[in-house]
Design a protein around this ligand. Structure first.
Ligand code: NOJ
Length: 537
């Protein structure tokens, strides 16, 4: 038997990452939009909850065409959120508590109001012209190729002054940078250095797989699986506009910079199938530490599908490649709205007991659901540009529900997006002292992860799965073993523990009051029940 590992795992391997959308976490200055001082006021809560790192979506100066993902200055703070001094104070407080801070880095595109782009568009011979992707029209005046923008319409915008098109993968207010230009690479590395020197613990890199495009600008092929409910972008397969082989050189350069500092982390936002996703770890793990694994978001909530995906992922990871899992984020419907509030409890147990780093989206820990936004209050450009497709991301970005006070304790004034109608019943204050609440379940799962190394450094071994159940063992070599059985349906199920020689005690159940019982040979599970069992041997 191998010796038990004695080393302490790195923080981003053992800790849980908490994503917060800064506009919606806590408003301290009474303008209806969250801010940095608000986040600082809520650090006690995050510490009590038991997460290790906070990832904050963009807080830089921005015209807010895409709510901060259109940056006009990479090295300052938007006045809406505060000042650099507020940022330093927040970071110092985070570190004083032993927590970590991860910033969003948006290297693929800037705002069209960024000075780099203003220069670039000013004339064809401007020194920054080649910092962006400018192309001539075809002879008939049409766009250079068929590429589409993720938020609807073509990805090319005509510039009257200089008589060329520029490329934008998202809004026309978000021109893509030309990452083949070494000056662009240097400039963005300097941005990273600015924040690393200030003390941030890592970056979540926006749309990492978009950063470099086909050198020949070839047309993307049609998507044979396109359905009318999908965004117009999905009409084509983005094989030439994304995931180009050269991207890995860029990722490696960024990683090399991080490696000059101690224990910093690079997370990549990448929506790709597993076999492509894992290439972002880089040769010999010189790429992203954590290429985001979105399978629990993108796959149907079905036991057989999820079990197969976990195993495929575990099998595809490179040696030493560290896994990670995500249930929700600011671009996707919330987990409780996708699979229902009861199954969201099972999902929480899955997220926090799988091998790898979990990322928890603010509000999921109290079971927040997507909030219906009246048409005239929709703010998200993705929703506004494709009104017939229900693609607005606002419903998953609503203010955090802290208590039963006015505006749920988020703000003294009417918030920028409406609150959930049930905020008075679904909030932190109520759930904190209710042992049956979602918040209590999350907290207990987090405590279990802290207490038992099997959940952080332990092996993962699949046990059994069918059309209802997923089960696996987490085991610290030379230490404790835990069995996890999850019922992904509303129907009851029996788990055949006896024939596998499994004996032990339930230490946690998603069903209130159902722990502290023995694992039976034919173990009955309620619908929507998940259990963690401490095995006898
Ligand atoms: C991915 C971000 O998560 C999303 O919110 C944003 O709209 C796009 N990138 C464009 O930056």
């Amino acid at each position: 038997m191998k010796e038990a590992p004695t080393q302490t795992p790195l923080w981003w391997k053992s800790g849980v990452i908490y994503q917060l959308y800064p506009r919606s976490f806590q408003d301290a200055n009474g303008d209806g939009v969250g801010d940095l001082r608000g986040i600082q006021q809520r650090l006690d809560y995050l510490q009590w909850l038991g997460v290790k790192a906070v990832w904050i979506s963009p807080i830089y100066p921005s015209p807010m065409a895409d709510f901060g993902y259109d940056i006009s200055d990479y090295t300052d703070i938007h006045p809406l959120f505060g000042t650099l001094a507020d940022f330093d104070a927040l970071l110092a407080d985070i570190h004083a508590r032993g927590l970590k801070l991860i910033l969003d880095l948006v290297p693929n595109h800037t705002s069209d109001k960024h000075p780099w782009f203003l220069e670039s568009r000013s004339s064809k011979d401007n020194p920054k012209r080649n910092w962006y992707l400018w192309r001539d029209a075809k002879e008939d005046g049409s766009v250079p190729n068929n590429w589409l923008a993720a938020f609807g319409g073509p990805a090319w915008e005509w510039d009257e002054v200089t008589q060329q098109y520029y490329y934008h993968a998202f809004l026309k207010e978000q021109p893509d940078l030309n990452w083949r230009n070494p000056e662009v690479q240097e400039a963005m590395l300097k941005v990273m250095q600015f924040w690393l020197d200030r003390g941030v613990d890592g970056f979540r890199v926006d749309v990492m797989w978009h950063m470099i495009k086909d050198g020949q600008w070839r047309d993307n092929p049609p998507n044979p699986d396109y359905k009318p409910h999908m965004g117009t972008y999905d009409q084509l397969l983005p094989v030439y506009s994304t995931d180009q082989p050269e991207v890995h050189d860029l990722v490696r350069r960024m990683r090399a910079l991080l490696d000059r500092y101690t224990e910093r982390v690079m997370i990549g936002e990448i929506y790709l199938p597993i076999h492509k996703l894992v290439t972002y770890y880089g040769v010999d793990n010189t790429g992203a530490h954590l290429p985001f694994n979105f399978q629990l978001i993108t796959l149907p909530w079905n036991a057989a599908t999820i079990a197969a995906a976990i195993n495929e992922y575990e099998g595809a990871l490179p040696l030493e490649g560290w896994p990670n899992w995500v249930l929700s984020n600011h671009d996707q419907p919330r987990i409780a709205s996708r699979i229902g509030s009861d199954q969201a409890r099972v999902a929480a147990m899955l997220l926090l007991t799988l091998r790898g780093t979990p990322t928890l989206y603010y509000g999921d820990e109290i079971g927040m659901r997507d909030v219906p936004i009246p048409w005239n209050q929709i703010q998200d450009p993705q929703g506004l540009n494709m009104p017939d497709k229900n693609l607005s991301r606002d419903p998953a970005r609503t203010p955090m529900q802290w208590d039963a006070m006015v505006h749920a304790g988020f703000s003294a004034v009417r918030p920028w997006l409406p609150l959930e109608r049930h905020a008075g019943q679904r909030n932190v204050a109520l759930q904190r002292n209710d042992p049956g609440s979602m918040l209590s379940l999350y907290r207990r799962l987090l405590q279990l992860r802290h207490a038992e190394r099997a959940f952080t450094i332990g092996n993962y071994t699949p046990v059994y799965g069918d059309h209802q159940l997923i089960s696996y063992i987490r085991e610290e070599i030379g230490g404790k073993r835990f069995l996890i059985v999850l019922n992904l349906t509303h129907r009851t199920a029996l788990f055949r523990a006896g024939e596998r020689g499994l004996k032990g005690t339930v230490v946690l159940s998603t069903v209130v009051g159902a722990d502290d019982r023995d694992l039976e040979a034919l173990m009955p599970l309620e619908g929507d029940e998940g259990i963690v069992v401490k095995l006898d041997s």
